[in-house]
Write a protein that binds this ligand. Structure first.
Ligand code: XMP
Length: 326
């Protein structure tokens, strides 16, 4: 039987009971595969890697070595949450790498979107590789490959922009959720005790906020993206839009416009709000966000986010706009 094909008899995991059965099976399978050897995992804090981490902690405890690379392009509170959930609560063996300066230095002055993506992907692999080399006795690499990755990309985890580790660092793979669809991964994550905001989070691009801080990334605009995104998420959660809208975020372009605050002229950045619905991300429609809520979010962003004097709502469906801005 092909280990990477979902058997027709496999039930859709859509209840806590089915999730618990799956977890039990996978815990046994991972223990049988790994024995007393060590397993390395790049833990981004996204749904798939988080569920794999929680599952492997249950199966092999401290034989799992998680590496969380903070590249400075994560959303507000995300690196802190990874440390809190996995190191403090689940007692994982977690290596936290603060690589913020390293990434931002590499990205300084780079404005082409694809070059930015390549730099972020390549630097990520380099940092991960360095951490892998510091470890001894690693024999396995765990990955959050899910079934659509297998169906859509010949079994390669669709990291989009991340290449592979070099030849001398090729480990046997542990991919416990490779036969699951995204909704099933979420049910399993919930059964493993992961917090809702980790399990039900909206999709987030691999290059993170790097493609929402348009053009050459600067620290001030990156902070404006992070802070405005946090306000948008908070307001969507308060107004029951979290979980209803497929993807929503803010973008900060690399130009300024004139404004006025307290009678004085300002020259500052705009923030663009994007909120879309889609089934497969190939086409998308714009969410009809209540006007009063948009006004309230505008008020908050212009008052609370440094260096911003204007807020716009992106009304463009896909096509002809893509979901991200670059
Ligand atoms: P677009 O902008 O092409 O986005 O309409 C479709 C979906 O893909 C996500 N996206 C990415 N995900 N690496 C990723 O992992 C990327 O470079 C990337 N670019 C876009 C986007 O957030 C949306 O969900």
């Amino acid at each position: 039987m092909d280990q990477n094909m979902r058997p027709e008899t496999m039930k859709r995991i859509n209840t806590p009971k089915l999730a618990r059965d799956f977890i039990e099976e996978q815990v046994a399978a991972v223990r049988a595969q790994v024995g007393d050897k060590k397993v390395l995992l790049a833990l981004s804090g996204g749904v798939d890697s988080s569920v794999v981490a929680a599952l492997l902690i249950k199966a092999i405890g401290s034989q799992l070595v998680c590496v969380h690379v903070n590249h400075g392009l994560l959303r507000k509170g995300e690196p802190e949450q990874v440390v809190e959930v996995f190191r403090n609560q689940m007692k994982a063996n977690l290596i936290y790498v603060d690589a913020v300066d390293r990434f931002l230095d590499k990205l300084a002055g780079v404005s082409d979107p694809e070059t930015k993506r390549k730099i972020i992907g390549a630097e990520f692999i380099r940092v991960f590789e360095e951490e892998a080399r510091k470890q001894s006795g690693i024999e396995f690499l765990a990955q959050g490959t899910i079934y659509p990755d297998i169906l859509e990309s010949d079994g390669v985890k669709a990291h989009h922009n991340v290449g592979g580790l070099p030849e001398d660092l090729q480990f046997a793979l542990v991919e416990p959720v490779r036969l699951l669809f995204k909704d099933e991964v979420r049910v399993v994550g919930k059964a493993l005790g992961l917090p809702d905001n980790m399990v039900f989070r909206q999709p987030f691009p691999g290059p993170g906020l790097g493609v929402r801080c348009l053009g050459a990334i600067t620290r001030d605009r990156l902070e404006a993206v992070r802070e405005s995104d946090a306000i948008l998420r908070e307001e969507f959660a308060k107004n029951s839009l979290e979980g209803k809208v497929w993807q929503y975020f803010t973008v900060v372009p690399d130009f300024k416009s004139v404004g006025v605050t307290d009678g004085a002229r300002t020259f500052a950045y705009p923030v663009i709000i994007r909120a879309v619905n889609t089934v497969d991300a190939m086409t998308a429609t714009v969410e009809d966000v209540p006007f009063a809520l948009l006004q309230h979010i505008t008020e908050r962003i212009t008052h609370e986010v440094e260096g911003v004097n204007r807020v716009l709502y992106d009304m463009t469906p896909k096509p002809c706009g893509t979901i991200e801005w670059e």
